[in-house]
Design a protein around this ligand. Structure first.
Ligand SMILES: C[S@@+](CC[C@H](N)C(=O)[O-])C[C@H]1O[C@@H](n2cnc3c(N)ncnc32)[C@H](O)[C@@H]1O
Length: 402
């Protein structure tokens, strides 16, 4: 992406946060108000509290909008954006839906309500780390990489455990909000959101639906202990940490000479890669395997948690790929019609390829762990995923001595 295109994508994400109030009132509150108004007086009298409930629903949406306005206000200066929102690229309905979904992501990562959900990975990961690297002085030089880091909670948890952690994220929706949360100096539970107001099914009561949630559930600056061993890189995981060459050129893997050098430098630079609800997000799972293998040092570990719900399975879009000439960096043999769907390897196939082709050994593996994703603990539905946990070790290269 050129710098201009990049700036437009950022502006669109920012603009979608800016327009949340208008969107949520139109799409969520207004139809319900119209439905209520359309009832006969007799039916209205059967649920006399409903009008007040809709008033409260509107108030909660407006409070959410206040929260997003603060995010926008703090982001403009930091990201160097044009301060006039009227001149920003307009968000699509996909961008707007994402602003609604981001409340679930905040709940998942930064609320006390989802601690049990986060613990499913954390307890397993910490058991391994406490056994493998118990020494806190050694931990300071152990580099952990978290691709698809979302809003950065796992980064903070692992920095708090003493590691040097780099997150990586490609979505500006995530990057804008994670920066606001991570660097905002917010007191514990100093911010209020209403994450359940966008969902009307499976609610225990309307009071539960309208209840506020306080975030963050920890004081982040205290968890970081003043130690600056946390960073977040912006861009595609494969583009930043993959092999210098050897993957097909695409929107996610550039032929830019600086990027090729950067990928070269990142070879074997990390002791542990943690993928949390991430490995099913790409259009080519082999690109992810190549990248994890490239960035890990020999004897390094890959910890994975999450389902295999391939994000592009039902997506009919195509992407453009090509070959990168290793001597000139020129892109050749461009194919404009590569389906984004495809290569959805089953769990067993994925593990076999990782072991046979990418030199991983299985240290631990658990299949079928039930987990929600930003699940409302008071909700009355069986929503969630069957997740897989594994701990793989990258084999050391064996050298033959003649
Ligand atoms: C399902 S979310 C998981 C977020 C977080 N790890 C968690 O467990 O809550 C997947 C994340 O991966 C990010 N992502 C998808 N493709 C990526 C890529 N190629 N490089 C970096 N991040 C990517 C998405 O933007 C999204 O934030």
């Amino acid at each position: 992406m050129s710098d201009g295109e990049e700036a437009r994508v950022l502006e669109k994400a920012l603009s979608s946060y800016y327009h949340y109030e208008e969107y949520a009132l139109n799409e969520i509150w207004k139809p319900r108000m119209c439905k209520w108004m359309s009832l006969s007086n007799l039916q209205k009298s059967k649920i006399p509290w409903y009008g007040k409930y809709l008033g409260e629903l509107k108030r909660c949406i407006m409070k959410n909008a206040e929260f997003y306005r603060l995010v926008v206000q703090r982001s403009v200066a930091y990201w160097g954006c044009n301060p006039n929102p009227d001149q920003w690229s307009q968000p699509t309905s996909y961008d707007m839906d994402k602003t609604v979904l981001m409340f679930t992501q905040i709940l998942r990562e930064w609320s006390q309500e989802c601690q049990d959900e986060r613990d499913l990975l954390l307890t397993r990961l910490r058991a391994f780390l406490n056994q493998e690297i118990p020494n806190k002085f050694e931990r300071r030089v152990v580099k952990v990489l978290i691709p698809g880091a979302g809003l950065g909670r796992l980064i903070v948890d692992l920095v708090n455990d003493g590691f040097c952690v780099e997150g990586n994220e490609t979505s500006y929706h995530m990057l804008l909000l994670s920066r606001f949360i991570l660097n905002g100096e917010h007191p514990k539970e100093g911010l209020t959101i209403y994450p359940f107001v966008h969902t009307f099914s499976h609610q225990l009561s309307h009071e539960h639906q309208l209840r506020p949630i306080r975030i963050p559930d920890v004081r982040i600056s205290e968890m970081l202990n003043g130690v600056c061993s946390m960073s977040m890189s912006a861009g595609s995981f494969v583009d930043l940490y993959g092999p210098p060459l050897g993957i097909k050129w695409s929107e996610y893997y550039s032929a830019d000479i600086e990027m090729i050098r950067y990928r070269e430098q990142n070879a074997s630079s990390v002791r542990i890669v943690v993928t949390n609800f991430f490995i099913d997000t790409g259009s080519n799972i082999l690109d992810y395997l190549e990248t994890i293998s490239h960035v890990l040092e020999d004897g390094g570990y890959w910890v994975n948690f999450g389902p295999l719900m391939y994000h592009y399975e039902n997506d009919s879009q195509v992407e453009v790929t090509g070959d990168i000439d290793p001597t000139t960096g020129e892109v050749k043999n461009v194919n404009r019609f590569v389906p984004v769907k495809g290569l959805e390897l089953s769990l067993n196939d994925l593990i076999q390829v990782a072991c046979d082709q990418y030199a991983f050994d299985i240290i631990a593996k658990e299949i079928g762990i039930k987990s929600g994703y930003g699940r409302d603990p008071t909700g009355i539905a069986l929503l969630g995923y069957m997740c897989n946990y594994w701990l793989f070790k990258k084999r050391k290269k064996s050298f033959s001595i003649c």
